[in-house]
Structure formats: structure tokens, C-alpha cells
Design a protein around this ligand. Sequence first.
Ligand code: GUN
Length: 336
Amino acid sequence: MPKLCDTKNELHKVLKVKTQCLTSLRASPFTKKKSTHQQINKMYQIIDGKKISEDIKLEIAAEVAEFVAKGGKKPCLAAILVGNDGGSETYVAHKVKACEQVGFDSVLIRFPETVSEIEIIEKVKEINNDNKIDGLIVQLPLPKHISEEKIIETINPEKDVDGFHPINVGRMLAGMPCYVSATPFGIMELLRRFKIETAGKHCVVVGRSNIVGRPMSILLSQKGNPGDATVTVCHSRTKNLAEITKTADILIAAMGKPDFITGEMVKNGAVVIDVGTTRVSSAETKSGWKLKGDVIFNEVAPKCSYITPVPGGVGPMTIVSLLGNTLKAAKREIYA
Ligand code: GUN
């Protein structure tokens, strides 16, 4: 049996990251000085979600090693992927790879686009009853002929590591232990690790989806740190959107509209979190596409105190939050 420290050293190699303490992270390499914008704001800090997510993977890997060394079972995540949507394929591939990096088992179950709703429901029920599997996600969106609500409601809330089941959503609303949806949880973790003050701040969340905007607004307004914020939720029917976003101390852009948030919509010194990850065609990349955020980075960053980039900001945090939930499921931390 290898000693835990040996295992940890191996994990460091596997993850190919150098351990850096957060204080050094917050210092120069990630601090951009933009001479052209110095009159507006001397500096802004990039919230480097990729680096933080690698730190968290190390933490999770160490916890898994310790859990297994004490006789626990390796955590196991099952993912159901329907069809061949390029974005979904990429996200699920990243999730499976991340499982391997931290020492989880994973099972990928694929269905063609033409699969029936009942076939997926049957598979979900089978996984609900499979003791080897701790957590289950069904990658969204699903084809139009399948009800996402029905599928999500079929997942056992104890295995719902996406935190989409109404039981987990309800428990989150009530401030009870639950699986929290991975993207909002990841954003809360970024705010926590960068020690960004949220208490009493005005947070504006643009977007009201069940996956990001709505849970984000709840978490930010709940008691705690981060939390205790005054939250405004904006959406496609909001009037005078720019007037509202301009009052945000913390702006969460989560509407999935590339380049929607312009410099004029942001207050000086704001913290801007860009959740957008739209695939747009690009002649600059081999794949022919690149990810675009909801925020025009070059216009907005010089006005900010902190900003997340796309890619490398919120995206990697979503994946590690899912890993965190799966570890909690394996350890029966939420539902004992
Ligand atoms: N589609 C977009 N984001 C997510 C997510 O966090 N989980 C699942 N299952 N599907 C998604």
C-alpha cells in the first residue's frame, strides 16, 4: 500500500500542475496592467478558474486517496449523453477525463438522438438501483421529444450530483444540505477563494435559467460568506437593462448571448463573472470554432476590479464542482 504522501506526489504529476499558494496566485502573473486604460482603472485581476480548478482537483484527489486508503469505495460518476451535439460531447469528455484525474471511476452511457423517453427513464432507474454508481448526470439539452423535467425527476435525489432535481433545488432554497448546481457552486467558490466581498453588495444576475441564473441569485442572497448580497435578477423582458447592470458591484452574465455585455453597461470597479460559453465559428482555431463569453472582455476588463476570462474562468469550475458533489455522494455527506 503506498503511503498517502507518495500517492499525493503521483497525483501532482498526473495533474501536471505546480502547487502554488493562493497568495502567489493573487499576485503578479494574473494581474494585468493595461496602459491604454490606466485612467479608468489601473489594474484588474483575472479570476483564473483554470488554476483554481486545478488546485481543487488536487484537494479532491487527496481526499479520494484518503477515503480509499481507509477502506472506502472509489467514487463513481455515471453520465448519460444523448445524440452527437458537439458542445455536449466536449463537456462530457471533460467530465470523464476529470474523473480519471482525481481517481474516480466513471461510466459513460450513450444513446442515439432517436432514443425514446422511456428508454432513458429505464436506464436512469437502473442506475438509481446500482450500488456501484454514486452520482448520475444526464447531459442537457436533450432532444425535443424528451422531457428534461421527467428525466430529472426520475433521478434519485441522492445521486443527483447536478443538483437539478426539485428535491435538491427545494433544499437549496431552504438552506438545507443538498447538491448545488455545479456552475453556481463553482462561481461561489471563486468568490470565496478570491475573498471577494459580497455582503451588502448589489449583485446583478443577467439570466434566469434553472441551471445558472436562478440558483445563483438564491445563493448570493442567502446568509453566509459569500452571500448576504442584495440581488437583482434580469432577463430577456427586463426594461432598461443597462441602467440596472451599471449599478452592479458584482455582475453575473449568464444569458448565453455572446458579446452582450459592453463596457458601457458596467460600473467602474465592478466584479464581472462571465458564464457564457457559446461556440462560434473561428478561422483562428484548428477545430474551426472557439468559445465566446457573454462579455466583451476587451471593453469591460479595464473597468473591472476582477473579471473571469472565457475560456478558463467559470467553465473549469463547473467540472470540479461536479467532482465535489460526486465525492460528497460517495461519502454520503448530504443524505446519510
Ligand atoms: N448542460 C449545460 N450545463 C450542464 C450541466 O451543468 N449539467 C448537465 N447535465 N447538462 C448541462
